[in-house]
Write a protein that binds this ligand. Structure first.
Ligand code: MG
Length: 388
């Protein structure tokens, strides 16, 4: 094992530029069910980076917290009036933590291949800074109100992307020296202006910045195309007993008996949770919430379902549909069906059209027929990124 450099990623999410037609800053817009910022952060969290910190704009804290919910991240830094000032704020805030290297990344570039990070960190071994660059393939020429002007030699030009990697002390010093007035287009130019050498590595088409609404549509399409459909099944039974509350499908239902169990015993949410966990291949409800653990005594089963939902999102997946069947003689499910669909859709953060709730009896046969308990079965259809 060689010496391990400590690397922090600073993700600049302070912009207020909106996706065309909206009011939401584009880093908080969603692509494939996840905010642009969260896509970028998740790629960094799954890379060789030790810590990920965001720089956000004034008034964006609520948006930020919602965008990164379910991830363990240290608090964000507050940005400044310009991108350069925002980066400076972030670097200053990190300056006492002893970081050796920093990756500075734009939140509007949500798809970050780990191979680019590897190339950058490799290049940083020999240089103060390193940036990903793509060749220019189109002809480049001046365009004026008169029409087409002179052509420029494109072989001398490259398209510079982020993340940009730097020796931490070097880029901090460069930013301090540049002050606010330089107006450099990116951190690599700030570093160069301060006399530091910046190496180039191959960029990646996946790193394209999302700027126009067509970019969002294309990103959505690309992500959908690389997802594969998976299904999962869940089944559960709980006994009915006197003196218990009846929690079913996330609702407290008035009934003279209730379901018995370690948690709130919501048999319907348990079957749904197992169906979702099954689709991811992540064990079952008992794997994650063992009944021997006193923490889950009387716990609302909505927590189990939300856990499964977050797990799928964490894998870059999305929930297409869930179908639930509740099996009992009583209570009647029909009057509660709409509220149950509402509640489950809210917990899963999907439109109600993706949630089906059905009910059946067993014609007075078996334990459900005798009213000794309630059974539930569920199927979940999700889409997940293809295994590499
Ligand atoms: Mg159960």
């Amino acid at each position: 094992m060689g010496l391990r450099h400590k690397t922090v990623a600073l993700i600049v999410a302070a912009g207020s530029g909106t996706r065309a037609g909206g009011e939401l800053p584009k880093q908080y817009a969603r692509v494939a069910g996840k905010t642009v910022l969260a896509h970028a952060i998740d790629h960094l969290l799954h890379s060789a980076i030790d810590e990920v910190r965001a720089v956000i704009g004034p008034g964006q804290n609520a948006l930020y917290q919602e965008a990164v919910a379910g991830r363990e991240l240290p608090p964000p830094f507050m940005g400044g009036e310009t991108r350069q000032q925002s980066v400076r704020n972030g670097l200053e805030a990190l300056s006492d933590a002893g970081w050796e290297r920093v990756l500075i990344h734009d939140a509007a570039r949500p798809f970050l291949p780990s191979s680019v990070i590897d190339r950058l960190l490799q290049a940083l071994e020999e240089s103060d800074g390193a940036v990903p660059v793509l060749p220019v393939v189109d002809s480049l020429a001046a365009v004026t109100s008169e029409g087409l002007g002179d052509a420029t030699d494109r072989d001398r030009l490259g398209r510079v992307q982020t993340p940009q990697a730097f020796n931490f002390d070097a880029i901090l010093e460069a930013h301090r020296r540049s002050g606010a007035e330089v107006g450099a287009s990116d951190d690599a130019q700030v570093a160069r202006a301060a006399g530091y050498k910046v190496a180039t590595v191959s960029g990646d088409m996946m790193l394209e910045k999302l700027t126009f609404s067509e970019d969002f549509a294309r990103a959505e399409q690309r992500l959908s195309g690389s997802l594969v459909t998976r299904t999962g099944l869940g089944f559960d039974v709980h006994a009915l007993a006197d003196g218990e509350e009846l929690w079913l499908g996330g609702l407290l239902i008035p009934h003279h008996r209730g379901l018995k169990g370690h948690s709130d015993a919501d048999v319907a949410l348990h079957a749904l949770t197992d169906a979702l966990l099954g689709a991811v291949g992540a064990g079952d409800i008992g794997t994650h919430f063992p009944p021997t653990d006193p923490r889950w005594r009387g716990a609302p089963s909505s927590r189990f379902l939300e856990f499964a939902r977050d797990l799928i999102e964490g894998h870059g997946g999305r929930i297409d549909h869930v179908d639930l069947t509740i099996i009992c003689e009583a209570p009647k499910i029909g009057p509660h069906r709409a509220a149950m669909r509402d509640r489950i859709a809210a917990l899963l953060q999907v439109p109600i059209s993706r949630v089906s709730v059905k009910a059946t009896t067993t014609e007075r046969l078996g334990f459900t027929g005798r009213g000794e308990g309630i059974a539930a079965q569920a199927a979940a259809t999700i889409r997940m990124p293809e295994d590499r």
